[in-house]
Design a binder for this molecule. Structure first.
Ligand SMILES: Nc1ncnc2c1ncn2[C@@H]1O[C@H](COP(=O)(O)OP(=O)(O)OP(=O)(O)O)[C@@H](O)[C@H]1O
Ligand SMILES: [Mg+2]
Length: 270
């Protein structure tokens, strides 16, 4: 399946610990395994995505912070290759300085969008991992993105927090990024419990078809793999986690393809 243009997908939810980084990393790797040219961008000062790819955060010469705060820095210099065939723009705690700096500058939340515009021709998919919370970094990410994937973990709070995020998305759409839209909502850390079932039902009630059919099951390999700097595909290729993120990537590609292209293919395969 081909993609006719480059897509910038932000994985976002202001609630912490819902599987944003796990999803950004393994979705990026699944897409790269499928032959897509993929760039991952770590927009969290904790640098979890960077570390997950096995890249040490404190020795990075150029990070996302530099790209945001210093126009003189060449975008190219921030890109590092990883063993997963995914290119990476990494971050470390210095990104927190950029977040503080951005609130003092005019339109600094558009800097990431400008940097990404330079890279669109080179990648099929650019996946941005967001930090938890609302603020300048989220703003910057929402301005840079075309589509959002919202991971939600089972439970009342995760579900409630999405309304705040939706309000934020509406603000950005009404202002600086009218084309922003939700690609999908994915249930993460899923298990066979009443609360997981109820969360899924509530998500379907609110988002309908935007809820991905794929659920990411709770899986030990997904918890362990970042510690050794690997995706779940190289760490535990036969795990539920590898299966679930491969399935999610298929759904993502299907949703990214233009409707006309999909219906032509549907007829061809009928
Ligand atoms: N499906 C899963 N099964 C088991 N553990 C998981 C799964 N998804 C994520 N985890 C683990 O849960 C924790 C939180 O996941 P992750 O770091 O991806 O969330 P996050 O939303 O990025 O968090 P933060 O908001 O702090 O950035 C991590 O320890 C991760 O390894
Ligand atoms: Mg994270």
């Amino acid at each position: 399946m081909t993609l006719s243009k480059s897509h910038v997908i932000a994985v976002t939810n202001q609630k912490g610990g819902v599987g944003k980084t796990t999803t950004a990393m393994n979705l990026a790797c699944a897409l790269a395994r499928g032959g897509r040219r993929v760039l991952a961008i770590d927009s969290d000062p904790h640098g979890n995505l960077t570390q997950g790819f096995g890249v040490p955060i404190h020795t990075l010469p150029v990070t996302l912070k530099d790209l945001i705060t210093d126009r003189a820095v060449d975008t190219e210099r921030a890109i590092v290759g990883t063993s997963s065939r995914v290119d990476l723009i990494g971050s470390n705690p210095l990104l927190a300085q950029a977040a503080r700096w951005m609130v003092t500058q005019t339109n600094a939340e558009l800097r990431l969008k400008q940097r990404i515009a330079e890279l669109r021709g080179r990648y099929d998919v650019i996946v941005v991992d967001s930090c938890p919370g609302l603020g300048a970094l989220l703003n910057s990410t929402l301005n840079a993105a075309d589509r959002l994937i919202i991971p939600v973990d089972p439970g009342f709070y995760g579900y409630m927090g999405i309304q705040e995020l939706r309000n934020e998305v509406e603000e950005i759409r009404a202002g600086t990024n009218p084309d922003l839209s939700i690609l999908g909502v994915v249930l993460t850390l899923s298990e066979r419990t009443v609360i997981a079932r109820e969360t899924l039902d509530a998500l379907v009630g609110q988002f309908g078809d935007l809820v991905f059919k794929t659920q990411i099951r709770r899986c030990v390999a997904l918890r362990e793999s970042p510690a050794v700097g690997q995706s779940v595909f190289s760490y535990a290729p036969r795990s539920n986690g590898a299966e679930d993120y491969a399935d999610l990537a298929i759904e993502v590609i299907q949703r990214l393809r233009p409707t006309a292209e999909r219906s032509v293919e549907g007829v061809a395969h009928a």
